[in-house]
Structure formats: C-alpha cells, structure tokens
Design a protein around this ligand. Structure first.
Ligand SMILES: [Zn+2]
Ligand SMILES: [Zn+2]
Length: 122
C-alpha cells in the first residue's frame, strides 16, 4: 500500500504566491516589525514567525485553522504544519517564493528596535 500524502495538503490551494509581499501583513498594518516571514498556503496570508514579537503566522493559524505555511525567506523552501506541529513536504510553488531580498531581517527597515536581538522569543 502506498503511503498516503499528508491530507492537510489538500488545503493548499495556492499554486502561486502573491506577486509581491513586502512583509508580515499584520505587522505592516499595526506598525510592528518581524524577524522571519511565513506564508499561509491556504490563502496566501504572509505573517511573522514565532521568533517575532507578534507571532502573526501562528495567530493566523489560530484565527483561521489554515494549517500549512511555507518559509517566505530567501533560500528557504521548507513547510510547516501547525496541526501536526511538524515539518511536511509541500508543493513546488511558482516564484517568487520569498520576500524581496531588499527587505532586511528583521524587518521592516528602520522599524526594529535594537533591543530585539536580546529579547526575541526563542
Ligand atoms: Zn507580524
Ligand atoms: Zn491562511
């Protein structure tokens, strides 16, 4: 019997990421900053990782139940399933598969307090 693919990937509806997402949508709205970015593969929401103060990617999962995110960092292509609390294999997405590399990490530019590097969630 063949191994069944992760059923959660049925919820992945994106075959292409939004054309240009400069950063965490929620941080950009609230004026916060982020460390790393994750993109929801159900709806394309871009949120910040658990090392970020606001943890919007996890908050998005709590709010919507959308389980699978992909790293939105340049050079990273891994997937994470919040329901399983584990990494999963995912589909190959069409580019761009990351934030613009012009944005610094943490970001956005000029908005990240210096003390962050000491107070990040680990
Ligand atoms: Zn955020
Ligand atoms: Zn979503």
């Amino acid at each position: 019997m063949a191994t069944a693919p992760c059923a959660h990937l049925d919820s992945v509806q994106l075959d292409q990421l939004p054309p240009e997402v400069p950063g965490c949508e929620d941080c950009l709205r609230t004026g916060d900053g982020w460390v790393h970015l994750r993109i929801c593969l159900t709806c394309g929401h871009v949120g910040c990782c658990d090392s970020s103060p606001a943890q919007h990617a996890t908050a998005h999962w709590h709010a919507t139940g959308h389980p699978v995110v992909q790293s939105f960092e340049p050079g990273e292509s891994w997937f994470w399933n919040y329901d399983l609390a584990d990494g999963v294999d995912g589909p190959q997405l069409a580019p761009p598969t990351s934030r613009p590399s012009s944005q610094p990490t943490p970001g956005p530019q000029g908005r990240v307090p210096e003390h962050w590097t000491r107070e990040l969630h680990r």
